[in-house]
Structures are given as C-alpha cells and as structure tokens.
Design a binder for this molecule. Structure first.
Ligand SMILES: Cc1ncc(C[n+]2csc(CCOP(=O)(O)OP(=O)(O)O)c2C)c(N)n1
Ligand SMILES: [Mg+2]
Length: 348
C-alpha cells in the first residue's frame, strides 16, 4: 500500500523524468538549429506535455506495451528510455535505439515495450489495439497504452480501432493529448477547429461504449492517479479506456518548428514567471507541468527550492552527456545500408 513517503518518492522521480525530457528536448532543438542537416526534415518535441507521458508511464508495468507518435522522444524517456540512445537515434547514429535507422520519428525501444512508433497521424492506435489483442490471445495480463494527438480523431483508423477494441473488450488505453489552442468562445481543451464535428472528444468514445475520462494534462498527480486505476482495471478485463488529457500548448510549439523562446528553461522562471519573456509568462504561471509540480512540492514542504534545482542540474547534465554521446557516435556505414531489412537479421 502506498504511504505518504512513497507518494513523495514517486513524485520526486516523476519530477526527475519530466525535467530530463525537457532538458533532452532542449538539446534536440539546439542540435537541429546549430548544425546543418543533423536532423533531416521536420521534427517535433514534447516540451509542455511531460506530465501526461510521465504520469501515464508511471502506471505501466515492465511487460506492458506503449505506442507513440511524431512526439515520441518524450514518451520513450517517460517509459524509462536512456537519453543517450534516444538522442543518438534522433540524429541517426549506430548507438541509437533503432541503430540510427528510425531517426526522430521512430525511436523504437523494444526492450521497453515500445514495439513501433508511427508518424502517420492515427497510425499508432490500430497497432496498439493489435498488441492488446495479442496479449488477450496469449492469455497474459499485459496492457497496451497508446499516446496520440487530438488530430487523430479525424482519422478513420482511430474509429475502426475504437470500435473493435470496444467490441472485444481489449486491454487498451487510448491516451489522447489534446493540445489544441483554445479559440474565442471555446473553453480550454475543447476542440477548436471546424474540421471535427464533436465539441467534446470524450463523447466520441462514449458513443462506442468506451469509458472516457478527461484529465488536466498539466498535473502529473492527476494523470498518475487516474492511470493507475485504469491500468489495473484494464488488466482485470475492464478495458478499453479513452482519456483526453487537456494540455495548454507550450508557446514555443505554436509555429511550424519548435522555438526556445528566451533560451533553455530557467528555474528562476518557475519560481517567478514574471521574469520570463512575456510570451511565456501565462503558460509558466498556469500550465507548465514542470513549474506547477515544482511550486506545489515547495508549497507542501515536500522539497526545497534548492533540492529541486539539484534535480534539474542533474537532468541538465544527463542531457548534455547524452548529446556528447550521440555526437561522438558513428553514423551507419554505407555498406550496412541493406542490414536489418529482413526479420531474420540482428534486431535489438
Ligand atoms: C495521416 C497524416 N496526415 C497528416 C500528417 C501531417 N501531420 C504531422 S503532425 C500533424 C498534426 C497532428 O496533430 P495532433 O495529432 O493533434 O498532434 P500534435 O502535433 O498537435 O501533438 C499533421 C497533420 C501526417 N503525419 N499523417
Ligand atoms: Mg494536437
């Protein structure tokens, strides 16, 4: 049974994971902007969504499955991935989790139950339903959790997987990260575009007899507690479940490419949002999951500012070392271009 002590311990490790994600993503943005062609094409970061990934992954067991999207870096670290092989994968090095073959969109980590990723909007949901079906067929108690964005509800693959997983009571958890930007007349978290007919995303799941929940995506405790209950119930055969995690998008993620407004995050901004760039202030005060957790831990007397800053310094150092590890790792040789194409080859 969880005691107050274990709750604080879990929150400290959640804080560390969330800070690690943020510091690694800052390195990714720096690598993409300081070097030509190190990351080829587009890339996406998970800054501002850390509480959803970490809170959800805290609830999973070691044998469970996790599927992710174009924002996979943060999900893989939330699941326990090491930052070195994650950054190495992103920049295409042989020491990456997928030996540099996947790049930023495909940080696949089979040893963590991350069997595949999909940058196709909606692509992860049927794969996750398939893994849940496989667990059912094999008689295991594994759960399959899939992260996806609100845009996925516009894709047919989502609706087919929702329907089949409901009919078959699959141990599937559909975690929708709704980071849509609120528009006038809509409350935060309501879907703002004219290209989706439902106002409340959860209604879509409910119509398919899938139990649906809405959670504050800036609050790692809320996400963690909800998911702990749902993962346990999915294991007992009560799935599937749909969750809408409402996220106020990080202002640096509003353009086509991520932008570190005012540079890497400073802890002074956490303690006093008014010291940050004006574009960040409201977000830091009301919505930044890292800053909200830091301030609440201090207010509750669970940690001091100094202790929190030490956790951050450790995360920053890990991210810097991961960057150096990745940059000093070799690119795959041209002769190896045909390796790992077929299943009988060496896989990790
Ligand atoms: C089927 C498909 N259509 C379009 C795209 C291009 N695309 C990449 S990310 C993205 C936005 C997805 O929105 P959402 O699922 O809400 O995720 P977010 O980026 O907001 O986290 C789009 C349209 C794609 N990858 N796949
Ligand atoms: Mg979105």
């Amino acid at each position: 049974m969880a005691t107050a002590g274990t709750v604080v311990h879990n929150l400290k490790s959640a804080l560390h994971r969330m800070m690690l994600i943020r510091r690694v993503e800052e390195q990714v943005i720096d690598l993409a902007t300081s070097f030509d062609d190190l990351i080829r094409g587009h890339y996406h970061v998970y800054i501002g969504q850390e509480a959803t990934g970490v809170g959800a992954c805290m609830a999973l067991g070691p044998d469970d499955y996790m599927f992710t999207t174009h924002r996979n870096h943060g999900h893989v670290i939330a699941r326990g991935g090491e930052p070195g092989p994650v950054i190495a994968e992103i920049i295409g090095r042989t020491t990456g989790y997928n030996k540099g073959r996947g790049g930023t969109f495909h940080v696949i980590a089979k040893h963590l139950g991350v069997l595949q990723t999909s940058a196709i909007v909606g692509g992860g949901v049927p794969m996750a339903a398939g893994a849940a079906f496989s667990a059912r067929m094999r008689g295991t108690d594994q759960v399959s959790l899939v992260f996806f964005g609100d845009g996925v509800l516009e894709e047919g693959a989502f609706h087919e997987a929702l329907n089949m997983s409901s009919l078959w009571n699959l141990p599937l958890i559909m975690m929708c990260e709704n980071n849509s930007v609120p528009q006038e007349g809509r409350r935060q978290g309501e879907y703002p575009t004219s290209s989706f007919a439902a106002t409340q995303l959860a209604d879509v799941a409910s119509a398919m007899n899938v139990e649906a929940h809405v959670v504050d995506g800036s609050d790692v405790r809320q996400v963690g507690e909800l998911l702990a209950g749902l993962v346990g119930r999915a294991r007992e055969g009560e799935g599937p479940f749909f969750i809408e995690s409402r996220i106020n998008r990080w202002p640096g993620n509003r353009g086509q490419f991520p932008q570190l407004i005012g540079g890497p995050h400073r802890m002074a901004w956490t303690w006093n949002p008014g010291t940050a760039d004006t574009r960040l202030q409201d977000w830091l005060a009301d919505s930044d999951p890292v800053s909200l957790l830091c301030r609440s831990l201090v207010e509750e007397g669970a940690m001091t500012r100094k202790e929190i800053e030490e956790v951050d310094a450790a995360a920053r150092q890990e991210a810097e070392e991961a960057r150096e590890f990745a940059l000093s790792s070799p690119m795959p040789s041209p002769e190896s271009a045909m390796d790992y194409i077929f299943a009988e080859g060496e896989t990790r």
